[in-house]
Design a protein around this ligand. Structure first.
Ligand SMILES: *Cc1c(COP(=O)(O)O)cnc(C)c1O
Length: 392
């Protein structure tokens, strides 16, 4: 018996239970369709919601920046890794989110994993939605605060927890705004009220919503703020990523000047990680300008997603509470989900099957994400393929 033999046993266990994850074939670029093993597939797997990842405007911005700034940054931003490119994008993000300041992290994952333990510690309480992203879960694990996981979007359960929470030094409510698996929205207006009523910090993660929701494309906070203007002030910490609709890479946090200064001092994923290359930020900066200039891209995407959802519901698919460009097709069993995903691939559609531990056991689903670059004929092909696998 060798010390690492247990890994092979565990891998066999995963294979036997249809839980083994094979790395997908490498793709040259991300787009609405892709070439896999010499075959053209429609790609409904990516979070490149606005099709900006290979947009020539982003590519040109990055190429020009590469000439000027080079690639590696040599050190953490606190040492000497920070450039004017970082500063400029932070200013642009703060302006975009209408907050006082912003801070760039190497990824959205790092933003959550660093921010939560910087805001809470021993003697504090965190209230976290059961469906929050893994990076929020890990941020909570890294904090020494007491963790309270409330059932998904259950504001009454959250309030009951808050009612007995008075003994804590600080309290933090944290939620995704647009949940990555079910494509449903967090009840932000009510969460804002509860945070205010109980004196809690409210932190939201707009990873899937930035660039897609809201009049200016800021996300779900902006979407709800149209009818609940106070929400803008009730949300204290906004996390976002540059890697989804913005087509680049990196994460960010927006909020007050003091919050950002505190994170620059105390968020360990910021302090102890080398600053991100500037070209990706030049690309993200170009993406923010495109988001501002092209509001119909996002409104069309949400309209097309709503139509698609209706068609799929009519076929009998369970799309749960999806209200966005992410449309889950709930199946239940992991093996059935993977069989459906394989059938769909044969029909030319790539829709990933999502299994435990990403979702609870018996909660397996096909996760379909629509992007602004999917054309009407592409959507028609998808609808036809889903009709076919439903009846076979
Ligand atoms: C994708 C995602 C992240 C991580 O962002 P990256 O920039 O990809 O690291 C964080 N939170 C949520 C809700 C996400 O969906």
């Amino acid at each position: 018996m060798e010390p690492l033999d247990w890994i092979d046993e565990q891998l066999d266990h995963l294979r036997q239970h249809d839980l083994y994850r094979e790395l997908p074939p490498p793709l040259k670029t991300v787009g609405p369709s892709c070439c896999v093993d010499g075959r053209e597939l429609l790609n409904f797997a990516s979070n490149d919601y606005l099709g900006l990842a290979s947009d020539p405007r982003l590519v040109d911005a990055a190429a020009q920046s590469l000439e000027e700034a080079g690639l590696g940054r040599g050190a953490s931003p606190l040492v000497c890794g920070r450039s004017t490119g970082h500063l400029d994008l932070e200013r642009q993000l703060a302006q975009f989110e209408a907050t006082a300041a912003a801070l760039l992290f190497v990824s959205g994952f790092a933003a959550n994993a660093g921010t939560i333990p910087a805001l809470t510690g021993a003697g504090d309480a965190i209230y976290s939605d059961a469906n929050n992203h893994a990076s929020i879960v890990d941020g909570c694990r890294l904090s020494h605060a007491e963790k309270h996981i409330y059932p998904h979007n259950d504001v009454d359960a959250l309030e009951r927890l808050l009612q007995v929470g008075k003994k804590y030094r600080r309290q933090l409510i944290v939620t995704d705004t647009l949940f990555s698996m079910d494509g449903d929205l967090a009840p932000l207006p009510r969460l804002g009220e509860l945070a205010e009523q109980y004196g809690a910090m409210l932190m939201v993660d707009e990873a899937h919503a930035t660039g897609v929701f809201g009049k200016q494309g800021r996300g779900v906070v902006e979407h709800f703020s149209a009818e609940h203007p106070q929400l803008h002030y009730q949300v204290h910490v906004r996390v976002g990523t540059l890697s989804k609709a913005l087509g680049a890479a990196g994460g960010f946090v927006c909020g007050s000047q003091s919050l950002i200064e505190w994170l620059a001092n105390r968020a360990r994923t910021y302090v102890f990680s080398t600053a991100h290359p500037v070209p990706t930020f030049a690309a993200a900066s170009a993406a923010l300008k495109i988001v501002a200039a092209e509001p119909t891209q996002r409104s069309n995407l949400l309209r097309d997603a709503a139509n698609l959802r209706q068609q799929l519901q009519a076929q009998g698919w369970n799309t749960a509470n999806s209200a966005s460009q992410i449309i889950p097709l709930h199946v239940g069993s992991a093996s059935q989900t993977m069989q459906l995903a394989a059938q769909l691939r044969k029909l030319g559609c790539w829709i990933p099957g999502i299994r435990p531990p990403t979702v609870p056991s018996d909660g397996s689903l096909l996760r379909l994400s629509l992007t602004a670059t999917h054309t009407e004929p592409m959507r028609a092909t998808l609808v036809e393929a889903l009709a076919t696998v439903r009846t076979t």
